[in-house]
Each structure stands twice: as structure tokens, then as C-alpha cells.
Design a protein around this ligand. Sequence first.
Ligand code: SF4
Length: 283
Amino acid sequence: MEGKFLVARAGLHFWEEPPISGTKGSGTVFFGGCLLKCVYCQNYKISRKPYGMALTGEQLTDIICYLQDCGAHNINLVTPSHYIKLMPKLLENAKKRISIPILYNCGGYENLEGLKRLDGLVDIYLPDFKYGNNALGRKYSGISDYFDVACAALAEMRRQQPDCVFDSDGIMQRGMLVRHLVLPGMLVNSKKVLKCIADLDKSLYVSLMCQYFPPRKELPSPLNRRLTQAEYDNICYFFDSCGLSNGFTQELSSATEDYVPDFDLDLLKEVLDKSTSFSDKKE
Ligand code: SF4
């Protein structure tokens, strides 16, 4: 398994923010496993324990090229943080063969030295910013220093990609978009997170997500219910009041498991077979 990537799904994805999904879809690669153990994870099937096919860098590069050929606007690496040391080599090789942007789509808990080695290789950073203090990270994600690590990571991402650049169709080519999932009953936390983002840079693009639904029955209050419209409106109002101006919001109707991707490994096997024969034809 050393040097390999555990991959749970690869394919076009249409439910990201409009400048990411566009009309043709984002070429997503979902990695199995995760550094965090969020009790409310919507993708818990692939994040809580190792799940997926172990692929070599060459196989993954073939898949990335195949996704570009399928029309993807970008390559979207989802939860790649535990492979950050392997990323420079993978991305250097992939960038020789593709022309679309590479997105690093992560939970915000990133190794700073690893991130620095991605400078010039990642075109768009798409980090979550989950908690405004370490205590919540400890309680809900099993990590004692989430806030400190995420603050440093976001500052480094912004250093690498300080400005957002869009093409003539409004598709993001470069930059950074910070995501925050508003959780039920945790508005104080959301406000602290937004305040931190505003303090870092008021012009940052922020996606305020309300798609949370309880993924498991046994979750304690307040995670055993969906967000209310009043809670979400409250946070959207606060977003404006702290001077942030570039934002994306969601409809509350997105809080459903219908949007959780299908992690059937037979689908991945199909993509892998097609990508291998696609690469053979190109040679
Ligand atoms: S960081 Fe994201 S993928 Fe990882 S456990 Fe938390 S919610 Fe799930």
C-alpha cells in the first residue's frame, strides 16, 4: 500500500458551487479515509475507515487525464490531506498531461510543510473551516488543535492563491474558496468562523453550506436534526454584517442524502478500465 492512493470514487460531479461544477461538471477524485473523524460526516462510509481501491500514481494520473477528456472543468481532489506527501509527485506528473485547474478540496486540517510543497501545483484551494475554537474540534472531530492548524493552513493557501480568477464562462481557474457547514444549534461557532475569515481577508470567497442532515440515528443533540431556515438566515445576515462580500449560499432543500455520492467500487472499476484504455490509445 506504500506509495499508493486509496480511492473511493472518480467521476464528474455536478453539485459543487457554480464556478466549480459549471455546466460540464467537476472531475472529482474521492480519497478513502480522512485525518478527521467528524461524528456528523456525510461521507462516513468512506471516511471513518479505509475504503476504496489502492491505486498507483500512474493509475490515478490516467484517471485524471480521462476525467479531463470527459469534459471536466477541473480536477477536484476530495479529502486528499492524508496523502499530502505524495501529492507533489502526482500533481507534477498530472500537470504535464492536463490543462484544466487542479483543486485541493479538504477539511482545513492540513500539514503546513506539506502545503508549502504544493505551491505552484494547486490552482484552487477549497478548504473547510469548521470550528472557531479547538474545543469543538476535539469534541466533534477527535482532533485537539483543529482551529490552530486550520488558521495557519488557510493563511498559507491564501498566500499561494491570493486572487480568484474566472474564465469568460465564470468557471474558477485560480484562487481560494472557503467552505463552512453551518451546523444546527451552533450559530456562535459559525459566527466565530466567519469573523476569522473576515479578519484574514474580507474579499475571500466563502460558501455557506446548510446541507447538513443527521447521517446516523444515534447522534446527540443538536446534531440529531437539520438546520432551520431561521438559523441559516441568521448566519447569512451575519456574513454581510462582518463585511464579507463574495459568497455562495445553498437552498435548505439540499439537506438530503440524495446528494451523497454513490461509492460503489464497481463504478470506480469501470472508470479505471476506461482510463487505462484511453491512455493506451493516446500512446
Ligand atoms: S473532514 Fe470531511 S470527510 Fe473528513 S470526517 Fe470530517 S466531514 Fe468527513
